[in-house]
Design a protein around this ligand. Sequence first.
Ligand SMILES: Nc1nc2c(c(=O)[nH]1)N[C@H]1C(S)=C(S)[C@@H](COP(=O)(O)O)O[C@H]1N2
Ligand SMILES: [Mo]
Length: 422
Amino acid sequence: MVREPDDPVNDHVPTPHTATFVHSGRAALRWLRTPLPAPPASLRRGPFQNGAFPSRLRSPRLTALLGVALALAFGTCFVTGLLDHLIQHPPGWFHWPSRPVWLFRFTQGLHVATGLATIPLLGVKLWSVYPRLFRWPPARDPAHAVERLGVLVLIAAGLFQLVTGVLNIALWYGPMHFFFPSAHYWTAWLAIGAILAHIGVKLPIIRTGLTHRPPNAVPPGTLTRRGLLAATAGAAGVITLATVGQTVAPLAPISLLAPRRPRTGPQQLPVNRSAAAAGVRTLAADPGWRLILDGPAGTTRLSLGDLAALPQHTVSLPITCVEGWSADAVWTGVRLRDLIARAGGDPDNHEVLAESLETAGLYRSSVVDPAHAHDPLTLVALQLRGEPLHLDHGYPARLIAPNRPGVLQTKWLSRLTVRPER
Ligand SMILES: Nc1nc2c(c(=O)[nH]1)N[C@H]1C(S)=C(S)[C@@H](COP(=O)(O)O)O[C@H]1N2
Ligand SMILES: [Mo]
């Protein structure tokens, strides 16, 4: 610290204690900055020997171009993922509209597609820099060591997101010994923080990489930088084409890598959790089933016949599963806002807790906020494509609302509670 001569603090005489402290601090810094001795010749083998990575394709420009593509894909994936989290766990300030009907389908489709396209981008980017793993010394100084540890965090968090995201799309929870949504959410923050720090540190070299076009250094007849970038973009394109059919129905026939197709399942609609898996087969098929309607006006119990006798409406709405697929369907049933009025509530100010016959399970209930409760497209559906709901699609009655994640479209309804918005 530089002090002015008239700075009164300057008169302060350091005690022997602080003097020793300052001295040993300086010595430690000097020690940290001394270059490491070169490794013994016996260790300079394999990837550690000079010229171990002869490819002339690697360059700051290649790495910078891949980095920009990766930042755009990961950034889009992060923002759309955050949105999904906010919709499923809305804090007080957050309000998600019920229109346009297709918005969540679009943002969730983009989340999955950009996440999948990131796989080849990240692979080639890691290839472009991995020789640095074997560089000596591993770090020039403490700041460089911290920066390199940051890159390690970035790579680990990025790979974790890609692997868990793919496992989730495949509904393969076996290898995940943790709760996927929380792990995926918090690691996303870790990854985005590490990415921003990385971009900040690398800004000068990114700028050089993007503005300087070194001539191709590769021997004639071998892969050029442009060729490698085209192949990477091609791989991302093939992955997108082979999976986006799980959301874009016309592309379903070429959807070779996607585990779900929009038209495959009972009543031509995929099932996320079957009645058997949810343990509700007997209760749902019981003719004694009643929908309990609770509200300011008291409690009523409606049979399937009672519900069918109320005004029926038919709407075309997609199911957008956060596990990666989405599909259009035509639903018929009673408007939720009619039921709210019947229970003595006001759809503009009341929300509805929709509970299913399930006694456990993450998606056994959901809350319909006033925006969705009020929307005339929101139904307690009794029919799918003109037939009674299949048991696996939520027979005898299920919720279907516009612009909502599939996890909130509660099947096998047992009780609706109309209450003031919390
Ligand atoms: N009660 C209940 N409702 C539920 C679920 C559930 O596990 N239990 N799964 C949800 C999920 S994740 C999705 S994507 C949709 C799928 O509806 P479908 O199986 O009729 O296509 O139902 C939702 N409704
Ligand atoms: Mo889902």
